[in-house]
Write a protein that binds this ligand. Structure first.
Ligand code: SAM
Length: 486
């Protein structure tokens, strides 16, 4: 697993040093568990060194090379980093913390970061006109507003003085049975932004320039303030220094403030929406992020002329991403549910109409009885039903076994490989053992998909020929119980 963010040494990032005005440091967010695969892509396509931390990769890049970063397929968001400190000491006194956060807005290299931002978004004017010195008049704390959305499980509630805790947080000190389940949420961090009510009050100076908001992501148990409180102080100072107007919903500029124990960094977001949404027009309930799809295909290391199949392709996210990035490989997908196949075709047609050339096709089929001859496929890349939204873990035991056998039948002996994603480890591990003469398990990676832990298994096809007698009667042709599943 990649090390936590606090392991980063800011002095190893050239873009953060004042003497390198033509180099900027970018934070590229990646799916937790796939950071190394993303770093490989960066090294291969941009020729840069990467510093890896959990859920992200940092790179130093020439400011003119920044547009190339958006062509990467393995990363979700791009942020330019303006400042990073490892020893931000938060005093016990809340007011002093606020003052420090407010003053911290003077530290980042705003000119470099904002020039990168201006170029990426083609912002028509110079965002930094005049810089006013801070008058040390930090914002009046508003716990009634800022702590309104804090969750009962927030680990910092005990650090906040009783007198200012909003009513819903005082319940923490009541017996547990009095708390409703709805209030009990397992989040450890409190990631919030300021409330609407706050925005007009924040504009203390004549506003012009990009409309902005601060998004604060805070982790750690040592703080005595919430994310929104930190965002308010930092945002107040930014407004005062540059005169930019605060707009929490229709913002042009999103400034990121990360606080982890004593590790604090500031970035500016260069992606309006995550890059993993870029391929799809027709979404289903189990769509896999295109960035995970890319990483899975990449793990299979496809070679020109090879054939890749996703036998359980849903909306064809894996074959689509594969065909957009590996154009010298043939990508096939299929699903037993007609609507999923229709959705796949709509998604593909949309991209083809946009002028993309894609070596891809999809079909309706049963993954346990594929209309393909023996050994005609080189690679299988598939996202198997987790047994949560589609099917059940009971169904999976049969489906996984029969699919693994069928995959072994159609895949070339000796050189074939499979990259399979599932959340249902038990069914997978049990069945990999059952088919060990056909598939050799190479490695596995645990990844985090929106809070759900899943595993990517990489299997290699052994030299043993497929034996049709291994197949058992299956229920895998069963259609999903509700058409609404998609
Ligand atoms: C996890 S979803 C795949 C989602 C897909 N990666 C996407 O992003 O849209 C698993 C898919 O397996 C399909 N499936 C389940 N049993 C199947 C079978 N026996 N043959 C073919 N497809 C099957 C389901 O219809 C579902 O679309």
């Amino acid at each position: 697993m990649a090390p936590g963010i606090t392991s980063i040494d800011p002095s190893s990032l050239k873009g953060l040093l004042a003497e390198h005005q033509d180099i900027c440091t970018l934070e590229l967010t990646a799916v937790t568990g796939l950071e190394e695969v993303a770093a490989e892509e960066c090294q291969e396509k941009l020729g840069v060194n990467c510093v890896i931390a959990r859920g992200r990769v940092f790179i130093d890049i020439h400011v003119q090379q920044v547009p190339e970063v958006f062509k990467l397929r393995s990363i979700d968001n791009v942020n330019v980093i303006l400042q990073m400190v490892t020893n931000f000491s938060f005093p016990d006194n809340r007011e002093q913390c606020f003052q420090q956060l407010y003053k911290f807005a003077e530290k980042p290299d705003w000119r470099k970061g904002m020039s990168v931002w201006k170029n990426v978004f083609s912002f028509p004017e110079e965002p930094i006109q005049e810089v006013k010195a801070l008058n040390n008049d930090y914002c009046k704390p508003r716990p009634d507003i800022d702590l309104k959305r804090m969750k009962l499980t927030s680990q910092i509630i005990d650090n906040i003085p009783e007198g200012i805790l909003p009513q819903h947080l005082k319940k923490k000190r009541q017996p547990e049975e009095e708390q409703t389940n709805a209030e009990i949420n397992s989040a450890v961090t409190d990631t919030t932004v300021e409330s609407e009510e706050d925005s007009s009050e924040k504009q203390r100076v004549q506003a012009s320039g990009p409309k902005f908001r601060i998004s604060c992501n805070r982790t750690g148990t040592n703080h005595n303030f919430g994310s929104s409180e930190a965002a308010r102080q930092f945002g107040g100072a930014v407004n005062e220094m540059f005169g930019w107007p605060v707009d929490l919903s229709c913002f042009e500029l999103e400034i990121l403030l990360y606080i982890d124990t004593e590790f604090v960094y500031v970035g500016v977001c260069l992606t309006r929406e995550p890059l993993f949404k870029r391929n799809l027009t027709n979404f289903g309930r189990t769509n896999l992020r295109s960035t995970i799809c890319y990483n899975m295909v990449r793990l299979a290391a496809p070679q020109p002329g090879e054939v890749i199949v996703d036998p359980l392709c849903g909306g064809a996210t894996i074959p689509m991403e594969g065909s957009l990035t590996y154009s010298k490989v043939l990508h096939l997908g299929g699903d037993n549910f007609g609507q999923a196949v229709k959705r796949s075709r709509d998604n593909i047609d949309y991209l083809v109409k946009k002028g993309k050339s894609m070596p891809i096709d999809v079909a309706q089929w049963d993954a346990a009885r594929l209309p393909l001859r023996n050994q005609c496929v080189d690679i299988i890349v598939s996202d198997l039903p987790f047994g949560k939204r589609i099917g059940s873990k009971g169904d999976n035991r049969v489906l996984y076994y029969n699919s693994l056998l069928e995959m072994a039948r159609i895949t070339r002996t000796g050189t074939g490989r499979a990259v399979l994603l599932t959340h249902d480890r038990n069914s997978m591990m049990r069945n990999i053992k059952r088919v060990h003469t056909l598939w050799k398990s190479a490695t596995s990676r645990t990844i985090n998909i929106g809070g759900l832990s899943a595993v990517i298994y990489i299997l290699h096809r052994t030299a043993l020929l497929f034996d049709p007698n291994l197949k058992i009667a299956s229920k895998t042709h069963k259609k999903p119980s509700e058409p609404g599943e998609f």
